[in-house]
Design a protein around this ligand. Structure first.
Ligand SMILES: [Zn+2]
Length: 91
């Protein structure tokens, strides 16, 4: 499962983080790691800067898809906060 995090404010140029976990149960644990500074480095930077972030979307897929989406820098397009038309398309 792939998850997309949206930061409430930009951290330098970044406002999204894309990651993958085995399932929802793992996502809870992974988010706890992120919030306590034991996960992704960029999210620890958000913690230190006081920038809130949250899961805005989950998608089916694993590491290969995660890497493909990361390489395309698709965060803003995939994010329902930055791109509200996503929700309209899904409705
Ligand atoms: Zn966004």
């Amino acid at each position: 499962m792939i998850y997309l995090l949206h930061f409430e404010r930009k951290l330098s140029h970044a406002q999204h983080y894309l990651g993958s976990v085995a399932d929802h149960r793992h996502l809870d644990r992974r988010m706890h790691e992120h919030r306590t500074g034991r996960g992704a480095r960029i999210l620890d930077a958000c913690n230190r800067e006081g920038i809130p972030y949250r899961v805005v979307r989950t998608m089916a897929g694993g590491r290969i898809k995660e890497r493909r989406l990361k390489n395309r820098k698709n965060g803003p397009r995939l994010c329902p906060i930055c791109n509200p038309s996503i929700n309209q398309k899904q409705a």
